[in-house]
Design a protein around this ligand. Structure first.
Ligand code: ZN
Length: 225
């Protein structure tokens, strides 16, 4: 006898049918635990967490476990590139390993997703440095929690002729760019900033390809070497 739904469908034992709506009090400990984990994800509220949980309960075991495997694989294999802090599956990322890249040009971005947005324009051929965030005093994020020290170390080696500051055009992004420029004081290198084709206050990840291409092509010198 079915204790979950009491619903019977022709040819399918009632106990195999998972109902559309299950009250939280009827959920098993495992299902509740899974929902709680989904709720911790950005942009996933209680309702979405329930929908994803129900979906996973209904689909084949193989399909559900493929998701678990994909998460495990990423967490075990993906790391930060030892040179630029982009995401990598080896010691250095594909961009740092690419010999066709202009190694005299360095673009500084906040996150790997900004790097991907710039790569999608297809017009930038230099190297990158990913800060892994931005200076944000209100969120207790200081310069020491970013990769600014490693950036200064890279620039001091003298390989780069131009540093493109591509932090987001926000108060925090601008503040971070200014802080870095101060750290690079005395090092003979040209520093440019993305043109303001991107609306102030917007993140690079929301800018379209054309806007980002213009911002790159029309970048302005903020300090010459
Ligand atoms: Zn790299």
């Amino acid at each position: 006898m079915c204790t979950i739904s009491g619903v019977s469908t022709a040819g399918v034992p009632a106990k195999c049918i998972i109902p559309e709506t299950i009250f939280m009090t009827e959920l098993t400990e495992s299902v509740t635990r899974m929902m709680r984990e989904f709720e911790k994800l950005p942009g996933i509220g209680k309702k979405s967490a329930e929908q994803i949980a129900y979906h996973l309960l209904k689909i084949d075991k193989d399909k559900a476990l493929a998701l678990a495997d994909a998460i495990r694989n990423v967490k075990e294999k993906v790391r930060y590139c030892s040179e630029c802090y982009n995401l990598a599956e080896e010691n250095t990322c594909d961009i740092c390993k690419d010999s066709r890249r202009d190694t005299a040009l360095l673009c500084v971005v906040e996150q790997s997703r900004d790097l991907i947005s710039l790569e999608q324009t297809g017009i930038y051929n230099g190297l990158y440095h990913v800060l892994l965030g931005r200076i944000a005093p209100l969120d207790q994020v200081g310069p020491d929690q970013l990769t600014i020290g490693a950036l200064v170390h890279r620039v001091k080696k003298g390989q780069f002729k131009e540093i493109v500051m591509a932090t987001n055009p926000t108060v925090e992004g601008d503040g971070t760019a200014l802080f870095i420029m101060n750290q690079l004081e005395g090092i003979p290198v040209k520093i440019t900033r993305l043109a303001r084709g991107i609306t102030t206050g917007n993140d690079l990840k929301y800018a379209n390809k054309e806007m980002l291409s213009d911002a790159l092509l029309e970048r302005q010198a903020v300090r010459n070497d």
